[in-house]
Design a protein around this ligand. Sequence first.
Ligand SMILES: *[C@@H]1O[C@H](CO)[C@@H](O)[C@H](O)[C@H]1NC(C)=O
Ligand SMILES: *[C@@H]1O[C@H](CO)[C@@H](O)[C@H](O)[C@H]1NC(C)=O
Length: 409
Amino acid sequence: MVPTTLFFSCAVLAIANVVGAVPYAAKPKPVVLNPAKLVAAKVRLDAGTASPALKDSLAALTTQADEWLNKGPWAVTNKTITPPGGNIHDYASQAPYWWPSDSADGCPYIQKDGVRNPETERYTDHGERADMFIASYILSLAWWYTGNEAYGRRAGDVLRTWFIDEATRMTPHLDHAQIIPCANTGRAIGIIDFSQGYTSVLDAAALLAAGAPGWSQADAEAFKQWNVQYLDWLENSEFGKTETAAKNNHGPFAIMQSAGIALFVGNTGLAASKAEAMKSRINQYITANGSQPQELVRTRSYHYSVFTLVAYTRVADIGKKVGVDLWGYKGPDGQSIMQAINFVTPAATGAAQWTFPETEFEAYIATDVVHSGADNGNQDAKAALKSIPKPPTGDLWFVRPAVEQLDPA
Ligand SMILES: *[C@@H]1O[C@H](CO)[C@@H](O)[C@H](O)[C@H]1NC(C)=O
Ligand SMILES: *[C@@H]1O[C@H](CO)[C@@H](O)[C@H](O)[C@H]1NC(C)=O
């Protein structure tokens, strides 16, 4: 067994040797992804000793990165409607299923569940945010593995435009997310607009900080300051507090977001306390057999049982970095993240049918959570790996070993 420190110095040397011109001064410090795995995968790819699965993952990654290369950048200043309060730099989105009534001013707005009001598209921030999240992550990873400058520069542009440049930057709060006109100027539940995917953006920035061309020390510092302010809003605003306390799946996603940002800005104490807070969620919302009763009663129970595991597993990965063991944690009745993974695995592999309500069953959406269980020592998940389906755009696990939501958001 080679000591870890020795392994790292060899790994970094190997990278320097192979890619020559691109100096990897630093090992990346992502908040969710495992840095040792990123380095190990890169070393194998560069040395030509990668497994077929790892090579396939890289090919799928660069295919996606090539598509993102010519899109964006995105900015909150692109929207064609002024948000409440009048500051175009404020992120704003409108609740999609609420429609004006027949009155002269359209008030009050009325809910038609599942029927999208096209008027909400005037707020382009929601759609652009989704592209910005994915593009920055995919491009940063593609730069890390290939050293192709174009990927790194584009990822930097994407982050600078959304978060840093004076002319286009977003103000660091979500006061105006999921607005219902006539009724409010934003809602706490709108925080899900960010909490669902934002930790990947943190990892994108962490990758770029490992030496990407075009991502300067000043960019890294400005991005960190943005996150310091945003975290302050998440922790201290009424919306932030409400969302963190949410009793549905919004709660764990809010915890995931704050834990990730806290670790990113160096507040490991806060990150650890957030990870600790997941234990009571496990106790309350996962049963001993791994079912999540709150999600099982929904019309898309497979989707939601997998979706919540995005938050549980990613906070468990953050916890590893701050001394909180959620992967090994068991609640008073034996409830655990692993059992919740085991609960969805037979449906993912096709070994058993999903017998709960589900209007759009897609087995592959659990592929990442099965991988994460296997990587963390779950023997059932390991055995299931050979029969899990590949997501339509390829299995990226081996180049970004952290769970993502795999079906469209
Ligand atoms: C959005 O804003 C960015 C930055 O100003 C700009 O480059 C891009 O072209 C805009 N996109 C649209 C669709 O207006
Ligand atoms: C799992 O456990 C819960 C709570 O104990 C129980 O209600 C449910 O029937 C069990 N589900 C399965 C599929 O075993």
